[in-house]
Design a binder for this molecule. Sequence first.
Ligand code: SME
Length: 154
Amino acid sequence: MIFDQLKPQIEKIVNNKSNALQLNDRLLLICELLEANVPHYNWVGFYFKNGNKNELKLGPYVGAPTEHTTIPFGKGICGQVALSNQNFVVPDVSAQDNYIACSITVKAEIVIPIFVNGKNIGQIDIDSNTPNPFTNEDERFLEFVCRKVACMLS
Ligand code: SME
């Protein structure tokens, strides 16, 4: 299973303290690893809470450029996860009322929150051009990724 092969590579990126890689470099490497190896991951990015503001700010990402670099809490799938602290799996984005479209090719989306010291500080956001592609395995794997990212941030 591809996720089992990717986990050690995620750990390598996270634990690699020997070189001058900055936090955003590591986050970008994680995006690149996921987008390149999981066929149904077509846009992979991180959003983080913007200081004290109730909004998310786009961090490193791979995929089509998006104009949604700032998302208010509550808006779109990402903004809802900022408030709910829950995974949000969207099998069909066209069925969502509160959705921010980035590209017409996107059919599905998954957003998993990142917790540092119990606080929701951001999220990984993945768009798929495949309808209904996400399973429990995606959720468990991405929760693993988010725990590793949280370690880097804490
Ligand atoms: N679709 C997201 C916006 C971010 S883009 O997918 C990059 C949302 O509804 O929050």
